[in-house]
Write a protein that binds this ligand. Structure first.
Ligand code: AMP
Length: 420
């Protein structure tokens, strides 16, 4: 062991478990790729100001959790705590919205960083796969994203997740509600921090997880009762579209989420097997964000699903993904000449697309066969001096145990045929 360990709140993805992470990322991306979303990748850090303006000055993410630093050149940067602000920044910078093809639909996958108190399911480095549909106000787009998230989780075999849905209103109706909520909150006995939050961002108080706060919030005015007609109709349409798609959801009038940019549709995917960190993914509409970061009005909607928590959800449900064996053929040479010949066979196999690996380090038959077993390969190809003299290799089927001699010149074609 080295003297160094992974930093607090982080962990390494190592084989074989890392294969599950890759498969989860791919399973989440598949429905997006299939629905007109193009892949986007942005830098791991951005100007601090982008997140301060985009995510919100008063959010925990910006005030407490950001890895912000000053570069030697004097730039104030931060490791990205979330994906939406960066993706929108990149889309605006590349003028994707001007190509006359709205909405611009993008998906991404990567690492995110938040200086949080680590616990199970909550890390300082985590990964998300996300999607953003930029530049269209259409309830079908909100519905599409919710349906695709549902499809992603179902394709992984998850069942015990729920979709919570709410509308946060728009710039017409939310301010009215905000005032009503503030009036209500001022009458409660709350600690100073929470009272301050009630002044800056009262909706966030609804999200307070503490029991004594939640108790006092019974009877708080609900945004649902303040929605303007346009927001009500929009939300109703979203609900109908996802219902018609056979996706079940729960109305959660208190769902607010931790980011300031949301308007209208907000939703969260929660999993009941995860304890306190139950949100596996979340998203919503952010019609004002583009203007907040200096762009034109571009109503948009998106989500991000957490890969780490999705893997925990799979564990909680006892689902193990059917991962294809990483190695189909394992080659075991006995002696230098056999090594040269079999190394050539392995190179050929790889060229034709057969996953093949090799026993390195001049191991004896016993040790090499142990490696072959561990590799999960369906076939082992063994060759020694005698085989070379006869112009053959020994092909062993690791499932049946059956072994046959195959000509050196036929082995690649034989394995290709058997594995197809
Ligand atoms: P948020 O941007 O906070 O809505 O996060 C979206 C998703 O990312 C969450 O539902 C989680 O699955 C995941 N996530 C957010 N923060 C963390 C974290 N600190 N550790 C692990 N996963 C996280």
């Amino acid at each position: 062991m080295s003297t160094f360990k992974a930093p607090k709140g982080t962990y390494d993805l190592i084989p074989p478990d890392s294969a599950t992470y890759l498969a989860v990322r791919e399973a989440i991306a598949a429905p997006l790729r299939n629905s007109g979303y193009g892949y986007i990748e942005t830098p791991g850090f951005e100007s601090v100001e982008l997140f301060a303006r985009g995510v919100g000055e008063s959010t925990d993410i910006v005030t407490k959790e950001m890895y912000a630093f000053e570069t030697k050149g004097g730039d104030r940067l931060a490791l990205r705590p979330e994906g939406t602000a960066s993706v929108l920044r990149a889309a605006l910078e590349a003028n994707l919205h001007k190509a006359g093809n709205l909405p611009v639909k993008l998906w991404y996958s990567g690492s995110y960083y938040r200086y949080e108190r680590p616990q199970k399911g909550r890390y300082r480095h985590f990964s998300q796969v996300g999607a953003e549909a930029i530049g269209a106000e259409d309830p079908a787009l909100d519905a599409e994203l919710i349906i695709l998230g549902d499809q992603a989780y179902r394709s992984l075999g998850l069942r015990n997740f729920r979709i919570l849905l709410n509308s946060l209103g728009d710039k017409e109706c939310r301010p009215v509600y905000r005032t009503a909520l503030q009036d209500f909150l001022r009458g409660l006995s709350l600690d100073e921090d929470t009272l301050r939050r009630a002044e800056i961002n009262p909706l966030r108080v609804l999200d307070d997880k503490r029991g004594d706060v939640q108790k006092q919030l019974v009877g708080a005015p609900l945004l649902r009762d303040y929605l303007c007609d346009a927001c009500k109709a929009y939300h109703e349409e979203v609900r109908e579209l996802i219902t018609a798609a056979g996706v079940s959801f729960e109305d959660d009038p208190k769902l607010v989420r931790g980011l300031d940019y949301y308007t209208r549709t907000t939703f969260e995917f929660v999993h009941d097997g995860l304890g306190s960190q139950s949100a596996v993914g979340g998203g919503g509409r952010y019609d004002g964000l583009s203007e907040m970061i200096g762009g034109p009005a571009l109503p948009s909607v998106g989500w991000a699903l957490g890969v780490d928590r999705t893997v925990l959800a799979l564990e909680a449900e006892g689902v193990s993904l059917e991962l294809p064996a990483s190695t189909s053929v394992f080659a075991v040479p006995l002696g230098d000449e056999a090594r040269r010949m079999l190394f050539g066979v392995v190179t050929e196999l790889r060229k034709v697309g057969v996953a093949a690996d090799f026993s390195y380090g001049g191991k004896g038959l016993k040790g090499a066969m142990k490696n072959a077993n561990r590799s999960g390969a369906r076939y082992t190809v063994v060759a020694g001096e005698r085989d070379l003299a006869d112009g053959v290799v020994q092909l062993k089927d690791m499932e049946s145990g059956e072994q046959v001699a195959v000509g050196v010149n036929e082995i690649v074609a034989e394995l290709e045929a058997r594995l197809s």
